[in-house]
Design a binder for this molecule. Structure first.
Ligand code: UT7
Length: 323
């Protein structure tokens, strides 16, 4: 037996406002055909006034806690992945802590943009396996609508708002067949800072800034990096893509999902796709997709999952999980 972080429950929350490509095309110089053909996106959810990253995160966390069947007060660690915190500081994780009525615990944010949830998962998993914590809330939550340049059609059609969460529990798990996070692998390459970034910040312009992306170059790196890190993380536990029941990928572009699956020889039916419904929700996209597939019954206890993401930095990573 070995100490592992087991996913007890998943949850998510999307803002009520759902915007179609056609609605977007009323104010942006674009078409439904272009967006669907190039990205697979049909809808995105946009936060209402007063709805923030921490309120979405709190809603997703409540759903995950309910699914896990635990008391919120038993959580001793909150790691929130976001690139769009409510404020520069304090960490939005502490706002979630208060909103959930959780007493003394450890709570902080992780910034790795679209890979944020994978980074947060590895951080929480490491702290659990080290014996420092028993039960963690790992959340990916974003309000990218607030940092989009709505005049830039090359980026504003691609992103949406939302949040997803998991409850991790420290359990003694069978070495070979047991549940839990089996392996995680993370990477970063800061030489590509200028391909996907926000043109502002507290220490530079003193403003929040807007998202800028050289989409074609990001695309090229995404397929190569994602396929490599999935193979690397599976290899770390002596497995291959043949062992995988479900890939739960970052939802940036349907063409990236297809190309990555093809590269690994994975059937398209094994890939959870939500990009058509949610667009790219950055750090929220993997836990949103995970929760969707758990709740509709596709992902079952015992299934072998590979979670993966890639984003600004570049940062990228993958996790192999026995659900
Ligand atoms: O989450 C982090 C990871 N992010 C990603 O993985 C994003 C990766 N990149 C992509 O998904 C794709 O590169 C995009 C969807 C962003 C763009 O697709 P593309 O096939 O690479 O298109 P492009 O940027 O090369 O643009 C092709 C054409 C251009 O027109 P010209 O120069 O060929 O005349 C653009 O001006 O499409 C035009 N275009 C649009 N047309 C209608 C760009 N955006 C739009 C738009 N509507 N919204």
């Amino acid at each position: 037996m070995t100490r592992r972080s087991v996913i007890l429950g998943t949850g998510s929350l999307l803002p009520a406002r759902r915007v179609s490509n056609a609605e977007l095309a009323e104010t942006v110089d674009t078409t439904d055909e272009w967006i669907v053909e190039r990205t697979g996106i049909r809808f995105r959810h946009i936060a209402a006034e007063g709805e923030t990253t921490s309120t979405l995160a709190t809603g997703a966390a409540k759903a995950a806690i309910e699914a896990a069947g635990i008391e919120a007060s038993s959580i001793d660690l909150i790691v929130l992945a976001t690139a769009t915190p409510d404020q520069t500081f304090p960490a939005s994780a502490t706002r979630v802590q208060t909103a959930l009525g959780i007493g003394d615990c450890v709570a902080f944010d992780v910034a790795a943009v679209c890979s944020g949830f994978l980074y947060a998962l590895q951080v929480a998993d490491s702290m659990i396996r080290a014996g420092a914590h028993q039960r963690a809330l790992v959340i990916g939550a974003e309000t990218f609508s607030r940092i989009l340049d709505w005049e830039d059609r090359a980026t504003c059609v691609l992103f949406g708002d939302g949040a997803g969460a998991v409850v991790l529990d420290a359990q003694e798990s069978d070495e070979t067949t047991g549940a839990g996070i089996l392996a995680t692998r993370l990477h970063a390459d800061g030489r590509h800072n200028d391909l996907l970034y926000v043109d502002g910040g507290p220490s530079t312009t003193g403003t929040v800034g807007k998202l800028r992306m050289k989409g074609r170059e990001v695309f090229r790196h995404a397929v190569t990096n994602l396929a490599a890190v999935m193979e690397e993380s599976l290899g770390a536990v002596g497995m291959s893509s043949a062992d995988v029941d479900w890939v739960v990928p970052h939802q940036a572009n349907a063409r990236i999902l297809d190309a990555t699956a093809r590269k690994l020889g994975l059937a398209r039916e094994k890939v959870v796709v939500t990009v058509d419904q949610h667009a790219n929700t950055s750090a929220a996209s993997v836990p949103l997709a995970l929760d969707a597939a758990v709740r509709d019954g596709r992902i079952k206890r015992g299934d072998l999952l590979v979670l993966e993401a890639m984003g600004g930095g570049f940062t990228w990573g993958a996790a192999v999980v026995r659900f």
